[in-house]
Design a protein around this ligand. Structure first.
Ligand SMILES: *[C@@H]1O[C@H](CO)[C@@H](O)[C@H](O)[C@H]1NC(C)=O
Ligand SMILES: *[C@@H]1O[C@H](CO)[C@@H](O)[C@H](O)[C@H]1NC(C)=O
Ligand SMILES: *[C@@H]1O[C@H](CO)[C@@H](O)[C@H](O)[C@H]1NC(C)=O
Ligand SMILES: *[C@@H]1O[C@H](CO)[C@@H](O)[C@H](O)[C@H]1NC(C)=O
Ligand SMILES: *[C@@H]1O[C@H](CO)[C@@H](O)[C@H](O)[C@H]1NC(C)=O
Ligand SMILES: *[C@@H]1O[C@H](CO)[C@@H](O)[C@H](O)[C@H]1NC(C)=O
Ligand SMILES: *[C@@H]1O[C@H](CO)[C@@H](O)[C@H](O)[C@H]1NC(C)=O
Length: 372
């Protein structure tokens, strides 16, 4: 992207004039970096990135005045692969911190999956956790992960959010705005919800064709990866940074105030139904649940499964219970497949997922328990 990350000025000293020039240039750089279009989002009142102060000009001799590199840019740079790709998950206290009654967290299960998965350990280094409250941020730092603190004025994103409550919807839109900013900075990314376990390296199963702008998971896969009829799930997707995808996220986010009572996923779905893919000339692949599965539709094959999302589920407790069962199933599969004499067993016949009883039952409980 075109934002002025590092503008260096080399000035030789000699007169007061130079000093004044230096000061003015520094101010201009700071000013530009705040107000140039590529930073336009940061002007948005609910999106105040903390900016580091311009380092005091070091004199004498060759003086480098650097445009301030903000915390988001350093966080992205640190987590990024060589090809400007990161993995992004958003975390709040409810996913990071143990409840009195719980003995684990969604974050722990998520990270366990990177350890237990095939070829996933190294991906931890490219994971950027976006913390929406202080507790989540502290826990992220404690685990020595790549962390970014997303600050918001006057909104507490700490607790478990009632599904479709005001705060829930606000949090979802906030996330969209943040991801738009990441795209604008030229980073492609996998976005993953934290209630997704990674059993294999998704980059192996995503299409590498650069003409494909957006690859998004589905609740149910109908067989044709190009069919716009799919029920998308924004809990897992891969998106390339380019002007088309930026236009898509821009459009998506612009509808936030015109979509009362709709969550961002439904708004995107409406956009797709309305033909945005053709209008922007996007190429969107709808991902097969054979690889990118969930509780709505299990992967048919343990040998192919890559991610499992606790979708079609209503409470955090139920998700945790059932995702732990998924990891147990996975360990059993790996154990058995490690014996040579079982190398030829038909995995489709032999292995079945444990029922997602926690999640299935979560729908039975009364109306206002609707949580995510
Ligand atoms: C000043 O800059 C010149 C040329 O860049 C360099 O050779 C010299 O060592 C510098 N002096 C100091 C004190 O940094
Ligand atoms: C980016 O690099 C990683 C690691 O080398 C690779 O797995 C991934 O496929 C690359 N992504 C793209 C879009 O080429
Ligand atoms: C990528 O997709 C385009 C359009 O479908 C196709 O023409 C091209 O051959 C593909 N490239 C590769 C490397 O598969
Ligand atoms: C993206 O950029 C290309 C060439 O730079 C241009 O032809 C195209 O219209 C742009 N698309 C959008 C959606 O801005
Ligand atoms: C906003 O909603 C109204 C009423 O549903 C609709 O007429 C209008 O076209 C919408 N505006 C945009 C920008 O989608
Ligand atoms: C494994 O079993 C399933 C279900 O019985 C069958 O459809 C599939 O063809 C079998 N696969 C192999 C490799 O034998
Ligand atoms: C629904 O909410 C009411 C009051 O907010 C509470 O008394 C009741 O126990 C809740 N029911 C369920 C099933 O959570």
């Amino acid at each position: 992207m075109d934002h002025p990350k590092k503008i260096q000025y080399s000035l030789s000293l000699g007169s007061n004039l130079a000093l004044i020039f230096l000061f003015l240039t520094g101010t201009t750089v700071l000013f530009l970096s705040i107000w140039s279009p590529s930073y336009s989002l940061t002007n948005f009142p609910i999106f105040p990135f903390r900016r580091e102060q311009l380092q005091s000009c070091q004199l004498p001799n060759s003086t480098a005045v650097e445009a301030p590199q903000d915390e988001l840019e350093s966080a992205l740079e640190k987590a990024s692969m060589e090809n400007k790709t990161v993995i992004i998950a958003v975390i709040n206290k409810a996913y990071a911190d143990q409840d009195m009654k719980a003995d684990t967290t969604m974050l722990d299960i998520f990270l366990d999956s990177f350890w237990l998965g095939e070829d996933t350990k190294k991906l931890r280094d490219h994971l950027l956790l976006v913390a929406v409250d202080q507790t989540a941020y502290d826990r992220c730092r404690f685990l020595r992960l790549n962390c970014f603190r997303l600050e918001t004025d006057g909104v507490d994103f700490m607790g478990e959010k009632l599904y479709m409550s005001q705060d829930f919807i606000k949090m979802m839109w906030r996330r969209t705005l943040f991801l738009l900013e990441v795209l604008k900075r030229g980073y492609s990314f996998i976005f993953t919800d934290m209630d997704v376990v990674w059993l294999r390296n998704p980059f192996e199963k995503l299409s590498k064709n650069e003409t494909e702008d957006f690859q998004i998971s589905t609740d149910m896969f109908f067989g044709d990866p190009w069919s716009e009829k799919h029920l998308i799930n924004t809990g897992f997707y891969y998106i390339r940074s380019n002007n088309k995808t930026i236009a898509l996220f821009d459009k998506w986010y612009s509808l936030r105030d015109n979509s009362t009572g709709q969550k961002e996923q439904d708004v995107l779905l409406d956009l797709i139904r309305g033909g945005i893919i053709g209008q922007l000339g996007l190429k969107v692949r709808f991902l097969d649940t054979l690889h990118f599965s969930g509780f709505c539709q299990d992967s048919k094959d343990f040998r192919e499964v890559t991610t499992v999302h606790a979708n079609c589920c209503r409470s955090i407790t139920a998700k945790i219970t059932d995702l732990r069962a998924v990891l147990r199933d996975w360990k059993r599969f790996k154990k058995i497949m490690s014996y040579k004499r079982f190398a030829n067993v038909n995995a489709t016949e032999t292995f079945r997922w444990t029922g997602h009883w926690g999640c299935w039952n979560s729908w039975k409980a009364g109306g206002n328990k609707t949580k995510v």
